[in-house]
Design a protein around this ligand. Structure first.
Ligand SMILES: CC(C)(COP(=O)(O)OP(=O)(O)OC[C@H]1O[C@@H](n2cnc3c(N)ncnc32)[C@H](O)[C@@H]1OP(=O)(O)O)[C@@H](O)C(=O)NCCC(=O)NCCS
Length: 398
């Protein structure tokens, strides 16, 4: 008897497990996020981004001299290849930083002496180079488009502080550098989100790590994914220019929801309660707002959150809560990052998770992953049976 193919239609793959992963886990009902067994709150409190990146890539917290060695490898890889910097000088200054970042990924691939070594060890070394160089690309492009020379890395500064220095030309305070490092930890991984799935899907064809990362950057740029943080900031600035007092926020939120428009930074495909990252960022946003004199931003955001939740709950959608992007935009703005650099900042962090997933995809046991992702689509287009429609020469077509 011929075997029957079971066809299941699930638009957007919601709720469908397509592989096994040991990297991160989300309990969307209870608002829990775990990297390699550790809760995000604990990592944000105790770890550093570089240590978290080691954890994601290797599966365990570094022991003995491993962390020092890993940090040293990242610091030593900070410098961009000369031809990448020269290319950046030639890009049109209007280019979006996410497009520029994506354009640089294949250039970094070409510059990688181990590009064709697909061993696990070589892939981890490629990941280290990308973790080190993503911040350098984002900072260099930001300066070049503003007519400034890119700054050389400061090898004495830790990862997060060095990025802020290369971006703004000012050495950040210890507190700001620490807050930024926490933001990087919070964004470093998030299971099979759209960009991570894109990375894994691409490397399942046995393409190299850089090809996967390039797809990830493209997916992250969309406003329903990483692009949401900058959209929240634009929304905030627009509200600030349109309303006179925080008391008008309720009407603004009602109007948005009544007219079926989405409030950026709210809602999530997996969380049906508070996103644990948003809770940490909310506290950070409140503290930074006080320190930098942007109390109004925090006040407005907190009110949008409150009114949004109230309004959506009244419509039977209590699970639409603030996500990681809701407060992160304001946090980055208060640290001096321009709006269109906010999504690239997300990428500077998520590169750690992408690489961990790519390596898992390449080296997991065969039973834990597909040989190649190859879903199907239901064909709902024009159809004339298996014989096909009659082809008419162009002149005969009406
Ligand atoms: C992230 C997102 C795509 C999740 O999508 P999802 O789980 O598929 O949820 P849906 O888009 O199907 O939304 C379910 C319902 O809630 C509503 N909803 C979801 N997010 C909303 C938001 N931010 N503002 C207002 N309503 C929202 C939808 O309109 C939909 O209503 P309906 O059932 O009456 O059609 C969605 O919440 C969104 O677009 N959010 C804004 C963008 C954002 O912040 N993205 C970053 C994610 S980390």
């Amino acid at each position: 008897m011929a075997s029957e193919t079971v066809r299941i239609k699930n638009i957007g793959l919601r709720g469908v497990a397509v592989a096994d992963t040991k990297i991160s886990y989300i309990d969307g009902e209870n608002g829990v996020l775990i990297y390699r067994g550790y809760r995000i709150e604990e990592l944000a409190e105790e770890s550093t981004f570089v240590e978290t990146a080691f954890l994601l890539l290797n599966g365990y917290l570094p022991k003995g001299g491993e962390l020092e060695r890993f940090e040293r490898q990242i610091v030593q890889s900070r410098e961009l290849p000369g031809f990448v910097l020269e290319s950046l000088e030639k890009f049109p200054v209007s280019a979006d930083p996410m497009d520029v970042l994506q354009a640089c990924v294949p250039m970094l691939a070409i510059a990688d002496p181990e590009l064709n070594d697909d061993s696990k060890e070589a892939n981890i070394r490629k990941a280290v180079r990308l973790i080190a160089r993503f911040p350098a690309v984002v900072a260099a492009w930001h300066r070049i488009r503003n007519g400034e020379k890119p700054l050389p890395p400061d090898y004495a500064l830790p990862h997060a502080a060095n990025f802020l220095w290369q971006l703004t030309g000012e050495k950040p305070s210890r507190e700001i550098a620490h807050d930024f490092d926490v933001c990087l930890i919070l964004h470093a991984d998030h299971t099979f989100n759209a960009s991570t799935f894109a990375c894994r899907e691409v490397v399942s064809t046995r393409a190299h790590l850089y090809a996967g990362v390039s797809a990830g950057v493209g997916a992250l740029s969309g406003s329903l994914h990483g692009g949401a943080n900058s959209r929240v900031m634009k929304m905030l600035l627009q509200i600030e220019s349109e309303i006179k007092s925080v008391d008008e926020i309720g009407a603004w939120v009602k109007n948005m929801i009544q007219s079926d428009r989405k409030i950026m930074g709210m809602g999530h495909a997996v969380y049906k309660t508070d996103d644990p990252r948003a809770k940490i960022l909310k506290q950070m946003s409140r503290r930074l707002a006080k320190e930098t004199g942007h109390e109004k931003w925090y006040e407005y955001l907190a009110r949008i959150e409150e009114e949004g939740h109230k309004e959506l709950s009244a419509r039977g959608k209590p699970g639409i809560r603030t996500n990681v992007d809701f407060y992160s935009g304001s946090v980055y703005a208060m640290m001096g990052a321009p709006i269109d650099v906010m999504t690239p900042v997300f990428a500077i962090s998520r590169i750690a998770g992408w690489c961990a997933h790519i390596i898992e995809e390449k080296f997991a046991e065969a039973q834990d992953k597909p040989a190649l992702y190859r879903p199907e689509a239901e064909y709902v287009g024009h159809y004339c049976g298996v014989v096909g429609c009659t082809y008419e020469p162009v002149k005969a077509r009406e």
